[in-house]
Design a protein around this ligand. Sequence first.
Ligand code: C2E
Ligand code: CA
Ligand code: CA
Length: 791
Amino acid sequence: MTALYDCITGNHDLKLVFLAAVVCNLAAATSLTLLDHARVNTGKARRLWLLTAALAGGTGIWATHFIAMLAFSPGFASAYDLGLTGLSLMIGVGMTAAGFWIALRPGLPAAAWIGGAQIGLGVGAMHFTGMAAYEVAGRIAWDSGLVLAALAAGAGLGSLALATTLRDGSVRVKVAGAGLMVAGICGLHFTAMAAAVIVPDPSIALSGTAVPAEILAVAVAFASITILLLAFAGLWLHLRDERRSVLEGDRMRGLANAAVEGLVVCDDDRIVTVNDSFADLVGRPAETLGGVVLSDLLDEAVVAGPADAAADAPEAQLRRSDGTSIPVEVIRRVIDFAGRPHAALAVRDLRARKRAEARIAYLAHHDALTGAPNRTSFNDRLAQEIALATAADRPLAVLCADLDRFKEVNDLFGHAAGDALLRSVCAAITGALSPGQMLARLGGDEFAVLAPNVDAAGAEALGEAILAALRQAETGPAGAIAAASLGIAVYPHDGEDAETLMVQADTALYRAKQEGRGRLRFYEARMGVQVRERRQIEHDLRHAVERGEFRVVYQPQTRIDDGEAVGFEALLRWQHPERGNVPPDLFIPISEETGSILAIGEWVLRETCREAASWEKPLRIAVNVSAVQLHAPGFAELVHEILFTSGLTPARLEIEITETALIRDLPRALATLRRIKAMGVRIAMDDFGTGYSSLSNLRAFPFDKIKIDASFTRSVDSSEQAATIVRTVLGLGRGLGLPVLAEGVETTGELAFLGAEACHEAQGYLFGRPGPIDGFRHLTTGRPLAAEDAA
Ligand code: C2E
Ligand code: CA
Ligand code: CA
């Protein structure tokens, strides 16, 4: 030990010893860091890093040796043999490489220990080869004990250093390992130097090829530090790249996890990695899916299907961890993953789409309001059932139902009440059906029932059951004014195909409605003719105004006390090209149902106002206005515009309204009438006595006149009852301050009675039949007919 101490302190230049120590530390730290890096790599990369570690370590150890040799000053000239010096470098690098290689041998017991010892012995081999290259003017004698001690120190500390370094990757362990390695290298070196005793012998001359020690040492230090720094820089760059690729990987994984679709990468059939969406779909954590066989989760056909197929993404069932399956769509591509081709699958959850498709399919076949099948499904089913009935030679009944006065329900109670009524009607009818029978809502308030294997008698029983169910249904106040009518057609009697059957059932329904509310009717052949006729009239009415088929006739209204004409009632006539004169009692109700009364009524108003405005005498003109017109939006504006255009004084226009026109929507009718009245137009209540004859209506509405219906007038002088009614109405008029006009006066007797009862005005055949205005020129001009003729 004293020999070693003396050796270092006595024979060495301490500054150079320090430099050697720095190089040694640097070499140990660099090579062990590189070795650790080699450990975490595999294959080619591991071999490359191992070689780099050995190069850095071997060169560093070798440099340490030579710098320490420079520090060694035996007191006489020394030099180095170039060949042996080179050999010692090769031994240093080679032995270190071998040691590192052994240390990283997988499966070798105590590999790090053996590798470390190998490096220690390598350092020794390098040292003694280097000493052989050392030329000095003397002879070197070796202390064999110290030589052995030097080798033991190198091997032991080397073992310990590598075993420590390779235990784990922490910095603390690496520093300790490097320290032990430095201790091993230095311990060996200085012990070995202490073992060398140089006996001066001036007869020994240095060989000519030897290089002076100083030059060599500086070159060595410079070269080795450069190598070490380069190795370090290489490692640093590599680690930076690695860190970057880790970040890149994290970023890619983040991106994949952000994807809504499930993503799977497979090596053959085995899952390599998945994103969070796929894990969610399967219902398992993503980490547990690596290595799972994909065909355990998806249909074989999809997993093995043709990659990159241009065809649509195939649908498949994805088996979830809870045993259920969900429909998915799979797109498969081949990608390059970790340097090898892998299958990448995008798996899209189809549940939402399937739900939407199911909803669309449902809506396509059902009515959204009531949930009943719609017309489409009814027609489909009817076609099927007819085919079955034909094949089995059995009957089939179709029942068409329609709510009476449904429009009024909507007007009076609002659409919510109308909807509720439709739902309860639907429920009531469904309750009356037997299994196998089908109810459909064809639209609006139209329903149809399909009853397979039901004949006429069965259909009648079913129809009665439906009507009874509807009567008992909880339909609220809306139901009180609505009822249903039924039309029935039976296969094959009434029709052999779906279309005919439906038309016939509809015809029967039409007939049932005409006969009154809440009835059922079977189809009868003659109904078809009547219905077709009515449809023809409906159609013709729509074009009658533009074809100029209408004209207005006028009937005078006369003041009873002095017999003066005070005005005319305008009455509409329809000259049909084939049917001839169609009576208004026939076509007015039809035009009201179809709505063509709006155009017709407007034409009448225009025509009569224009006509009346041309008269010399300012006689009144009374025009009948239907309920449909009164309730149509913009009616008051229309009246205003017509008065303005024609130039007729508003006070000369009188509008005749029946009581039934008012009750449909009282507040609205009242509002419209008030606006018309505000223009100065007069309002007469027509046909008083035939409808509700409600006193409150008379009071509430701004009437200017009451017209007693002709049916009362006609028998006043014969029927005491009629006379009483007329007297009462006249009294009512007096009480309300309203003048009264009696319609349908045909005889002088009737007129005498009315005059005696102080009725104000009269209208009827007695004073003139409705006719063209030219026949009444004496009234409109105030000049007698003869004078007119003479003029
Ligand atoms: P209304 O308003 O009660 O018209 C009076 C009806 O009685 C007219 O029948 C008229 O010709 C008839 N008449 C008049 N005097 C006598 C008589 O002494 N004896 C008999 N038996 N009948 C008489 P018309 O012209 O057939 O009209 C029938 C109904 O058609 C009218 O009844 C009215 O409700 C409706 N109407 C006629 N023209 C129009 C119109 O332009 N618009 C609307 N909305 N309805 C009209
Ligand atoms: Ca009238
Ligand atoms: Ca009337």
